[in-house]
Design a protein around this ligand. Structure first.
Ligand code: SAM
Ligand code: SF4
Length: 340
């Protein structure tokens, strides 16, 4: 009989209940703040197989993880990813020995959502995050280096039609989408979607200097307050966002401010890359190799050991700053490795 595995609790008594699992580092867009046009992707052999990703997810579920977000790169470009979604969907709401999932969700750029929306809904996905920074087709093509806005809008409509609740994530970018944000928010709220604004984070080399487009969200908030009535909401989704309700649009708006406001205190999450590297903090280098553990002679013991190390090393807080033009990224890895 298997002995019970210990739950994931770090040195600061934070219980880890949320896993972000990256299915691939590849993507069909090239968002300028995320990756360079000529991004070097990982050799396929380094990436976990779908079976290994499933094993990893099960190991987390057995240790108390209740929510899994699939991400990337772009999760929907991973071939046969629906197999994994369906397998994890079967863990939803069950009470099998070893734990069960409260939520299975994903973060996508939406380009292939029209194709998968019905399957995702059928597998038990009830909410998704779609990244959308602009509704201006030319600007979208410039920012993502691909002319895919029509497909993304079609994908969002398909997900809505499939009964999936949608949150739009927009990175606020000075001189790019800052003046368009109110229109984006009003449109989204009119469609019944919530919106979360994100500050650009210094992860990985890209062609430009992110400092040029860094827009602190307190400035955005002041601008929105001059236009609308914002009231602080106590809604929390277990994540770092803080929310307001907007009286005029009837919708909810979140702010993720890694740079201007610390969000680490209630951290309940960890991230696993497509190569099985467990990152304890989005803003840190610390990682533990789950792929080596999985592929070792005694995976059960090696995984238990890896999880114990990870919990011993999860840092109290991240250390991002974007305060000087021309500064190197705080971390060498791109957001597309850990999926945000
Ligand atoms: N491809 C999917 C997508 O775009 O939704 C999932 C992965 S993407 C890395 C996850 C989120 O990270 C997106 O909302 C994207 O806008 C955001 N992101 C990427 N690079 C970022 C950066 N340097 N700073 C802040 N957000 C970033
Ligand atoms: Fe791809 Fe998402 Fe990065 Fe854009 S933000 S390049 S869609 S991984």
């Amino acid at each position: 009989m298997n002995s019970p595995v210990s739950q994931l609790v770090d040195r600061f008594a934070r219980r880890i209940t949320y896993l972000r699992l990256s299915l691939t580092d590849r993507c069909d867009l090239r968002c300028a703040y995320c990756m360079p046009e000529r991004m070097t992707f990982l050799p396929r052999a380094e990436v976990l197989t779908l079976e290994e990703l499933h094993e990893v997810a099960l190991a987390f579920i057995a240790r108390g993880v209740r929510k899994i977000r699939l991400t990337g790169g772009e999760p929907l470009v991973r071939r046969d990813m629906m197999q994994l979604v369906r397998a994890l969907g079967r863990k939803l709401g069950t009470n099998e020995e070893g734990g069960s999932l409260d939520e299975l969700t994903l973060t996508t750029n939406g380009t292939r959502l029209a194709e998968f929306a019905d399957d995702l809904a059928a597998a038990g996905v009830k909410r998704i995050n779609v990244s959308l920074d602009t509704m201006d087709r030319a600007k979208f093509a410039e920012l993502t280096r691909r002319d895919s806005l029509p497909q993304v809008l079609e994908g969002i409509a398909a997900a809505k039609a499939a009964g999936i609740r949608i949150k739009l994530n927009a990175v606020a970018l000075k001189g790019i989408n800052e003046h368009e944000l109110p229109d984006l928010i009003a449109w989204a709220h009119g469609e019944g979607h919530s919106v979360t604004l994100i500050e650009v984070m210094p992860l990985g080399e890209v062609e430009g200097d992110r400092f040029d487009h860094y827009l602190p969200l307190d400035a955005v908030r002041r601008d929105l307050e001059a236009r609308w009535t914002l009231s602080a909401s106590d809604a929390r989704t277990g994540g770092p966002a803080r929310y307001v309700d907007i009286a005029e649009t009837g919708g909810r708006l979140g702010f993720i401010t890694p740079l201007t406001g610390n969000f680490c205190e209630g951290c309940n999450r960890v991230r696993v890359t497509a190569t099985g590297q467990l990152f304890m903090c989005l803003g840190g280098e610390g990682k533990v190799d789950l792929r080596a553990a999985l592929r070792s002679e005694n995976p059960e013991a090696a995984m238990a050991d890896a999880f114990a190390r990870a919990m011993g090393e999860k840092p109290e807080r991240h250390a991002f700053v974007i305060d000087k033009a021309g500064a190197a990224p705080a971390l060498a890895r791109h957001m597309s490795m850990t999926g945000g």
